[in-house]
Design a binder for this molecule. Structure first.
Ligand code: F6R
Length: 243
């Protein structure tokens, strides 16, 4: 695991965009893994800028989302597929149908996990996976105590997660879906390069546990210590508890 500490999220975005640029210049048909949430937004803005400047094309790239709510109708603004459409897809040149989320398969939710894993395998695996980290160390919707061997699956959202996410649903927990589909921790470990980002003091403990703590389901992001090529890019606040 390599740890890169930079002054600001914008600096981090340039570091991560450099990794995308190197990958896409070497392999125009690369497969990338996309995260939602606030953390990757500076990266997506930087990728869009490089695309506008003519440095980067996604025309032959395929992308897989980390996770998705179950039960939100297509086009719902809180669907993660919709988030990626607004924050990245609309600003670059992906081919139609190049981006797939675990909620996009025409199968019942219980069958979606294995079907999604198959789609990732059929694409040749994920070359570069971008990740955020939760304050409790979660990765995707793999909350504390998720199995380190987990694969893409249907999960019940905990009351705490639903309460935390209610702010995106008019503050009304009843509007927050009760289930999600998420890549598992072992799925994430299969990516050829994983880059985890963390910004702000609120992430400092989780970053410390992920990087310096024991590998433990208590802090799911610590599984990245087992990844053969993991890069952690954090700002100084998020790095403030590192030794
Ligand atoms: C995103 C995801 C989540 C977020 C995490 C951090 O697809 O699955 O694990 O990465 O909750 O969220 P932010 O970036 O909003 O702090």
């Amino acid at each position: 695991m390599e740890v890169v500490v930079v002054p600001t999220p914008e600096d981090a975005a340039r570091v991560v965009a450099d990794a995308y640029t190197a990958l896409l210049h070497a392999t125009a048909s690369a497969v990338i893994g996309l995260a939602t949430g606030s953390t990757p937004l500076p990266v997506y803005r930087e990728l869009a800028r490089r695309h506008r400047d003519g440095d980067l094309s996604f025309a032959r790239v395929r992308a897989f989302l980390l996770d998705e709510y179950v039960g939100l109708p297509a086009g719902h603004p809180e669907r993660y597929r919709e988030f990626i459409r607004t924050e990245l897809e609309q600003h670059v040149d992906f081919a139609p149908d190049a981006i797939l989320g675990p909620g996009d398969l025409e199968v019942p939710p219980l069958e979606a996990g294995p079907a999604y894993e198959q789609r990732i395998r059929d694409a040749g695996g994920i070359d570069l996976q971008i990740l955020g980290i939760g304050t409790d160390g979660h990765l995707a919707f793999n909350m504390p105590m998720s199995s380190l061997a987990s694969r893409t699956r249907l999960k019940t959202l905990t009351p705490r997660t639903r309460q935390d996410n209610a702010r995106f649903f008019d503050g009304d927990i009843d509007q927050v879906p009760t289930h999600c589909l998420t890549q598992g921790l072992a799925t994430i470990l299969d990516s050829r390069h994983a880059i985890m980002l963390g910004f702000g003091r609120g992430k400092a403990q989780a970053v410390r546990e992920a990087v310096e703590g024991p590998v433990s389901a208590r802090w799911p992001a610590s599984v990245l210590q087992l990844h053969p090529h993991a890069t952690v890019v954090v700002d100084e606040d998020a790095a403030s508890q590192l030794a």
